[in-house]
Design a protein around this ligand. Structure first.
Ligand SMILES: CNc1ncnc2c1ncn2[C@@H]1O[C@H](COP(=O)(O)OP(=O)(O)OP(=O)(O)O)[C@@H](O)[C@H]1O
Length: 163
């Protein structure tokens, strides 16, 4: 049973899922989604999802943003990595990207509803519990690597490293 980040053998950690997140940030605002289905349904997050075979995390992040919001992000940069170990043995390795712009118009799809938020008023109470730990670093443009233990929706422990 995982309780703390130190309970995981990170050297040999073999995540069940590799996934991505993309955050378009411009003019003091960030483009988030209300996730309508799948893992994290009902929460506010960035567009993103699971890696498909043969795809790089960057390609996945762009594709998922196209699929979920009908936009193509531009000015994309790597922001950080997230390592989630769940008590039920699920585990997710997440790659986070930022973008400075996009082509197209953010549009609601079956998976997601676009929401523009001021970076000063983020809806952390409706987001995953880890987000408030690494969002400030992402918004400052610092690279981060986070390790987290979750029991379902509840975060049990967190460690964040900065470059
Ligand atoms: C535990 N704390 C967490 N904090 C922040 N973000 C988290 C997260 N845990 C998962 N995520 C993200 O949530 C998306 C799941 O989406 P996703 O893999 O697409 O799930 P979904 O069930 O919809 O699958 P498909 O759409 O069928 O691929 C994916 O971007 C992933 O990075």
């Amino acid at each position: 049973m995982y309780k703390t980040v130190d309970d995981v053998n990170w050297e040999n950690w073999d995540p069940v899922v590799t996934a991505t997140l993309m955050f378009v940030i411009r003019d003091g605002r960030i483009l988030l989604i209300h996730k309508k289905r799948g893992f994290g349904k009902g929460k506010i997050n960035g567009p993103g999802g699971k890696l498909e075979s043969g795809e790089t995390p960057l390609e996945c992040a762009i594709r998922e943003t196209q699929e979920e919001l009908c936009i193509t992000p531009t000015g994309v940069e790597f922001a950080g990595e997230l390592h989630f170990q769940f008590t039920d043995n699920n585990s997710i390795h997440g790659y986070v990207y930022t973008a400075t712009g996009y082509e197209g118009e953010p549009t609601e799809t079956d998976e997601a509803d676009p929401i523009w938020c001021s970076i000063d008023e983020l809806p952390f109470d409706r987001m995953w519990e880890d987000d408030h730990i690494w969002f400030p670093h992402m918004l400052e443009g610092r690279h981060f690597s986070g390790r987290f233990i979750f029991d379902n929706d509840r975060m049990l422990d967190a460690v964040i490293e900065l470059d």
